[in-house]
Design a binder for this molecule. Structure first.
Ligand SMILES: *Cc1c(COP(=O)(O)O)cnc(C)c1O
Length: 432
């Protein structure tokens, strides 16, 4: 039995499902989750001593790769200086100044400990500053695990939802509307019905948690306009895209200014951290400046803050985004023409979409139900690549991540193996 399997047996006794976040389990890809023990650059090593080229990259934070030396030095310095004060400190001022200087739609920022916490706080702030209760979300976006956003479509009344997890009370569900992505007609209709009671609308401007669901800019612009017309706050959840697709995230790419933005992942340079920010007027409502309470023992903890500073300083001049985009395009180009594989790629984010191409016409920006055959094909691809020393995200709905530690050779190697797998899989399906 492998070391990973032994750890899984031990972990399953003391932890639900043996993992500390469901995406780490291997349910969609089969087999036993790998237990990793070390990593460097683009590589990660399991407890059985096997190395893999990592395209999961901790689900997004590691844009500079594992153990970037500048981030490591910042962390060593932080440790030397003491790692938690529970006071105001100079490092969080520097990080906030760097963000505010570069993101015109963020005039003030508050640091928290995760993307979920950032979203939770932004939703409370939208409600607190408008005095309204309703929140609009979009089917196919993920915003972490706050109660008010774990609401799925399916309801008797239009845009009303049902609990997407056990433990979400009906009272919470009542205050969340769920709309389809990429659909202006639904937007108009929902704002007409509910706009006056809407505190805010939250959206991933590039939905990247159910594959990569590219939105038309016209749709996002219409959402911006309707929020303005009805006095609701537009919240861009840029936890995955912030500092990832560009320094200023999708707001910069699209040139659309949200009222509030949430951050996480890349922000902490691989350490747990999140943030939310917006214009002075709205942020002035947050305690202790205003009446919307939000707090945290570990908020703006010096280690994540200094790791984040080191990371963002390397990203600030924009050059790395050009390199990452070139690498992403290279991957997409190298995978072009494979039957029943569509590669969606934006900068360093990529998604291997294995659904049959014909089914998707016209609705590429909306969530489609995951077909059993797609799960099976992804499982086959994932296990094949694992045997060849490549670690993809362990679900057909998770996007892959490139980092500045990945090389052209890494990416060419990945593409070559996917081609070999597709040739074999094609031959097998013809034989069957
Ligand atoms: C990852 C993610 C979250 C949740 O962040 P956590 O740090 O996992 O709590 C929220 N929104 C988006 C868009 C994300 O990608």
């Amino acid at each position: 039995m492998t070391e990973s399997r032994q750890y899984l047996q031990r972990a399953s006794r003391v932890t639900p499902g043996g993992v500390h976040s469901p995406a780490r389990g291997f349910a969609p890809v089969g087999g036993s989750p790998l237990f990793m023990q070390r990593a460097r650059g683009s590589r990660i090593q399991d407890v059985d001593g096997r190395w893999y080229v990592d395209y999961c990259m901790a689900f997004g934070p590691l844009i500079l790769g594992h153990r970037d030396p500048d981030v490591a030095n910042a962390v060593y310095e932080a440790l030397e200086a003491g790692w938690s004060y529970g006071t105001a400190d100079p490092y969080s001022v520097e990080l906030a100044e760097l963000i505010v200087a570069r993101l015109p739609h963020v005039e003030q920022v508050r640091f928290v400990n995760s993307g979920t916490e950032a979203v939770m706080s932004a939703v409370r702030l939208a409600r607190g500053s408008t005095g309204r209760s309703l929140i609009m979300r979009f089917d196919g976006c993920y915003h972490g695990h706050a109660d008010s956003l774990l609401v799925a479509p399916d309801a008797p009344a239009p845009y009303r939802g049902r609990a997407d997890s056990a433990g979400i009370p009906p009272g919470v569900i009542q205050d969340t509307l769920v709309l389809p992505l990429d659909d202006e007609a639904a937007l108009e209709d929902a704002f007409q019905r509910y706009g006056e009671r809407l505190a805010g609308a939250i959206i991933e401007p590039l939905p990247a948690n159910h594959g990569l669901l590219l939105q038309r800019t016209a749709f996002l612009r219409r959402l911006r306009e309707l929020c303005t017309d009805y006095g609701a706050l537009l919240i861009f959840d840029e936890v995955i895209t912030g500092f990832r697709v560009a320094f200023g995230g999708m707001a910069e790419v699209l040139d659309i200014a949200p009222d509030l933005t949430t951050f996480g992942k890349v922000l902490g340079g691989g350490f747990p951290m999140g943030a939310y920010g917006g214009a002075h007027g709205v942020m002035a409502q947050v305690a202790p400046a205003g009446p919307v309470f939000q707090a945290g023992t570990h908020s703006a903890s010096p280690v994540p803050v200094r790791a984040g500073l080191a990371t963002l300083r390397k990203l600030a001049d924009g050059r790395l985004y050009q390199d990452l985009d070139a690498l992403g395009r290279h991957l997409r180009g190298a995978l072009a023409g494979i039957r029943d594989l569509r590669v969606q790629q934006v900068g360093s984010l990529f998604w291997l979409d294995l659904s049959s191409a014909g089914r998707r016409q016209g609705a590429a920006g909306r969530r489609a139900p995951l077909e059993h055959s797609v799960v099976q094909r992804y499982r086959s691809l994932f296990q094949y690549l694992l045997r060849k020393g490549i670690y993809l995200p362990p679900s057909p709905l998770e996007v892959g991540f490139l980092s500045s530690a990945h090389t052209r050779e890494d990416v060419a190697g990945l593409a070559e193996l996917i081609r070999r797998w597709a040739a074999k899989a094609g031959a097998a399906s013809q034989a069957a």
